[in-house]
Design a protein around this ligand. Structure first.
Ligand SMILES: Nc1nc2c(ncn2[C@@H]2O[C@H](COP(=O)(O)OP(=O)(O)OP(=O)(O)O)[C@@H](O)[C@H]2O)c(=O)[nH]1
Ligand SMILES: [Mg+2]
Length: 538
């Protein structure tokens, strides 16, 4: 894997960790963060150096092997258990102090002639009775480029080694090897059996083909093969990047362990169901009814029979009562974004909204595995707190006022004329009645049209025509009210739908987009290292 390749994968892992934060397993996110941070530091310290750590159970001979490879007794090795509690470095070639500072190793021994750019670390025992020793091993194992697990013929099946350090690092095959020390204690047949058994255990750990080098730190037998391996690794300068790449693979697969499967799609049906539930909670049906009633009231006031229409004035405008202003008579007043006096949604209406939101989230999550369906539902209800206020503002902000139809003025004027005619006729008849009482009614002849006295025609015709007109106008007003109610319903639905899009659909879609981006990022981060280059090189 090239440094450029690892950069790309690290960037993808960082993005994946960001997307997974608060969504996927917190420990996996933290591990990914740690890998990104550590890799950034390690890359900054240069890839010319290869850091090899000798780790293993107490008494396996790590310190003995370290001294043998260093060609000097740099650290004590002995029968005391445990012997080593401080990490010590043997350094070959031009290795800067910053790397050793980063490794946190204070004991530094610069060695003459050997592989250029190699740092060999003698670690305490990982199965130590001392807590500090175990912690130190954990710390250094996370930083070293190549782990050389040193075991002996008694301890090669050690549970701690296999369960804690090998099995979880199945991606790290390229950056680990196993040293079977104290081979001088075995005859050739026993050694072969031991190596074969160890190979089987490693295969069971998910690390088939991990190199096993049998040797003796005491006699030096088999040591050259290890020296050669270390020299080759140091010269290739690929182990540091390989280690980081393996870390990235491991962190990416931990994040990818959750939530496979295919997402679904939010369909028209779920959207419509949501809008309907929101409209119910927003009191849209009540507003629509009020719009119709308000229209009918105003229509009756404008076109009804003048002698009875004043009664209507005592009934308040139903729209005004809901705090929605409007009505037909205030078209110049822009509907404000304020609050309506609509009653709050009932628990049943709220439950209907939640059910519709959850159904929409479930549909969106489709066949995605946990935790995504839960995350989609959480997103769908994430803005529930402000939903009521948003819906109210949407309803209050909907323009419900309409300019009164022109014919209302005409009908109103006609009604006025007819009312005046009826009044004139009535007064005339009253006057005639008065004159009749005074017996002077035949002084002035009453004009007639087609045999009907004019005052009678005026009164009767005015009243009849007025009532007929108000009847006809009533039909037209009611039809207009129905039309206006339909229009109001459409306008309110659009507003409510917009609230649903913003408060429910958008957060769910954002969640699914995050899932998609996370999957893409993990695909890049988890890309298998490019082995082609290695094949061509070898
Ligand atoms: N026979 C034999 N004995 C060895 C070999 N390597 C080390 N020993 C002995 O094993 C004992 C432990 O060796 P150390 O090198 O101190 O072991 P260690 O792994 O560093 O032990 P800790 O520091 O306690 O973790 C010493 O008495 C060594 O002499 C070997 O290859 N063959
Ligand atoms: Mg030791």
């Amino acid at each position: 894997m090239s440094p450029a390749g690892i950069d790309r994968r690290l960037t993808a892992l960082a993005e994946a960790a960001e997307l997974a934060r608060g969504r996927l397993d917190a420990a996996a996110v933290e591990a990914a963060d740690a890998v990104v941070a550590r890799a950034g530091e390690r890359l900054g310290l240069g890839l010319e150096t290869t850091v090899v750590a000798l780790a293993g159970p107490t008494g396996a001979g790590k310190s003995s092997l370290f001294n043998a490879l260093a060609g000097a007794d740099l650290v004590p090795a002995g029968h005391l258990r445990p012997t080593t509690s401080v990490t010590t470095a043997a350094i070959w070639g031009d290795v800067g102090d910053p790397l050793l500072d980063w490794l946190g190793v204070q004991q530094r021994h610069r060695r003459p002639d050997g592989p250029d750019g190699l740092v060999l670390l003698d670690l305490p025992d990982f199965d130590s009775v001392r807590h500090a020793n175990r912690e130190e091993v954990e710390r250094v194992v996370a930083l070293a480029d190549l782990m050389a697990w040193v075991v002996d013929p008694q301890k090669y099946a050690d549970a701690v080694l296999h369960e804690r350090y090998l099995r979880p690092f199945a991606a790290h095959g390229e950056t680990m090897l196993v040293v079977l020390n104290q081979a001088d204690r075995l005859d050739a047949a026993a050694e072969a059996a031991c190596v074969a058994d160890l190979g089987r255990l490693l295969a069971a750990d998910g690390l088939p083909g991990l190199p096993v080098l049998a040797l003796s730190a005491l006699t030096g037998e088999g040591l050259d093969a290890l020296r050669e391996e270390l020299r080759r690794r140091a010269a290739a300068r690929e182990t540091a990047v390989a280690r980081l790449a393996a870390d990235v693979t491991r962190a990416a697969s931990a994040l990818a362990a959750e939530g496979g499967g295919k997402p679904g799609r939010i369909g028209k049906l779920e959207r419509a169901a949501l809008t309907a539930a929101l409209a119910g909670a927003a009191g849209v049906p009540a507003v629509v009814r009020a719009v119709a009633r308000s229209h009918r009231r105003d229509g009756a006031l404008a076109t009804g029979w003048p002698y009875v229409r004043w009664v209507r004035r005592f009934a308040p405008d139903p729209l005004r009562r809901l705090g929605l202003g409007g009505g037909t008579r205030t078209p110049e007043l822009p509907a404000g974004p304020g609050r309506s006096s609509l009653p709050a949604a009932t628990p049943v209406q709220q439950a209907a909204v939640e059910t519709a939101a959850r159904a929409l989230a479930d549909r969106a999550a489709g066949e995605l595995a946990a935790p995504w369906p839960g995350l989609a539902r959480r997103a769908a209800l994430s803005l529930e707190e402000t939903l009521a206020a948003d819906l109210d503002a949407a309803v209050a902000g909907t323009e419900l006022a309409r300019r009164p139809p022109r014919w209302w003025r005409v009908a109103g004027a006609l009604q006025l004329g007819l009312a005046l005619a009826a009044a004139a006729g009535a007064l005339w008849l009253l006057a005639l009645a008065g004159l009749g009482y005074l017996r002077v009614d035949d002084v002035v002849p009453t004009p007639e049209v087609e045999g009907i006295p004019v005052p009678t025609a005026l009164f009767g015709g005015g009243v009849l025509a007025g009532l007929l007109l108000s009847l006809l106008a009533g039909f037209a007003v009611r039809a207009g009210a129905r039309r206006r109610a339909r229009r109001a319903e459409r306008a309110l639905s659009r507003r409510v739908e917009a609230v649903g899009e913003r408060a429910v659909v958008a957060p769910v879609e954002e969640e699914l987009a995050a899932q998609q981006r996370l999957r893409e990022a993990l695909a890049i981060a988890g890309e298998a290292p490019d082995r082609r280059r290695v094949l061509i090189a070898s």
